[in-house]
Design a protein around this ligand. Structure first.
Ligand SMILES: [Zn+2]
Length: 332
């Protein structure tokens, strides 16, 4: 008697899956199932999720609060990559070990899409303090500039629409709303930054190079050297002189990279040391509106504005939200 029962169970499951597909917007994945999308750092996972919503399975690879620049995926990530239809990465050499693992494990037809590499041409790459040109790795932090995050979202929208045409209208509508949200953030940033007496930035982690060009900030230095070790005593002395000469009001560290060196520079130069910037560690708990690319941008730019003597109320007025349900998995 056991065999027929099992057969009935299987038939029912297939009927239910088929009905769900038809009512929710069918995926055009080659196997008829939902597309599986892998991403790397959390801000990119959030941008992708704003476009894709619940129409595909989105899973991040780089745990929040780790150094994404030196991150080596565990061998178990190979399994996720072997099932992925597409891997959205930043590129600009940020995730080389993950890219290598992807290339070894992706099935035929699955692809790596480098959002940053597609967003700007090579001649716009910035090489600077922690990313000197002679070492060949450009500054990869395009997502801290909302105008470039919009490019990321557009590339995801176009690419997902090609892979999954049945949901193209959904992706296009999400992109339009996400672009509006970016316009709102962009306007609030410009309003808040206009109140900052001196837009000079000294950070530990060198994550604001593209942002600074777009929003007319002057990045006077980044303390983290290119091998992600601490600077030498001589370099520290030079930075203290520079902070005093430039008369900056505050210097910024990040949660991911606690820095006694930066604290020392702050003390010796007599300026405030603010260690609250976040590189790719989203604020709040997964599932909350704070835990988003928008939440990350808002908290960082409020922190900078206020520490440098500006008025961040325009930024505080930006309502935190995602434009599509964030059902992505964020490894912690
Ligand atoms: Zn970084």
């Amino acid at each position: 008697m056991r065999e027929p029962l099992v057969a009935v169970g299987v038939t029912l499951a297939l009927v239910v899956a088929g009905a769900a597909c038809r009512s929710e917007g069918a995926s055009s994945a080659p196997d008829g199932g939902r597309l599986k999308v892998a991403t790397t750092v959390a801000p990119i996972t959030s941008i992708v999720s704003n476009i894709v919503g619940d129409r595909a399975d989105v899973e991040g690879i780089v745990p929040e609060g780790t150094n994404s620049h030196t991150f080596e995926p565990r061998p178990s990530v190979a399994e996720l990559l072997s099932e992925a239809d597409v891997v959205y990465m930043n590129g600009l050499e940020l995730e080389e070990p993950t890219k290598e693992l992807a290339e070894q494990n992706l099935e035929d037809g699955a692809e790596v899409v480098e959002l940053g590499t597609k967003a700007i041409p090579e001649h716009e790459y910035i090489y600077d303090f922690s990313f000197p040109e002679e070492e060949g790795k450009p500054n990869p932090h395009l997502w801290t500039d909302p105008t470039l995050a919009r490019e990321y979202a557009e590339i995801v929208k176009d690419d997902m629409s090609d892979r999954d045409p049945d949901n193209a209208d959904f992706y296009a509508a999400n992109y339009e709303q996400f672009a509006d949200l970016i316009d709102e953030l962009d306007a609030a940033m410009r309003e808040a930054f206009a109140t900052v007496p001196q837009r000079k930035l000294l950070t530990y982690h060198d994550a604001y190079a593209y942002f600074a060009e777009t929003y007319d900030w002057d990045v006077i230095g980044a303390i983290q050297v290119s091998d992600f070790e601490d600077p030498t005593p001589g370099e520290v002395a030079g930075l203290i002189d520079q902070v005093e000469e430039e008369e900056v009001r505050a210097i910024f560290g990040s949660e991911v990279f606690p820095s006694p060196v930066l604290e020392q520079i702050g003390e010796e130069a007599g300026v405030e040391y603010v260690d609250e910037l976040r590189d790719d560690d989203l604020p709040g708990e997964p599932g909350s509106p704070e835990h988003s690319w928008l939440g990350l941008m808002r908290v960082n730019y409020i922190t900078m504005t206020e520490a440098l003597g500006g008025d961040a109320s325009a930024l505080e007025g930006v309502e935190l939200r995602n434009v599509a349900p964030d059902t992505a998995e964020y490894p912690q």
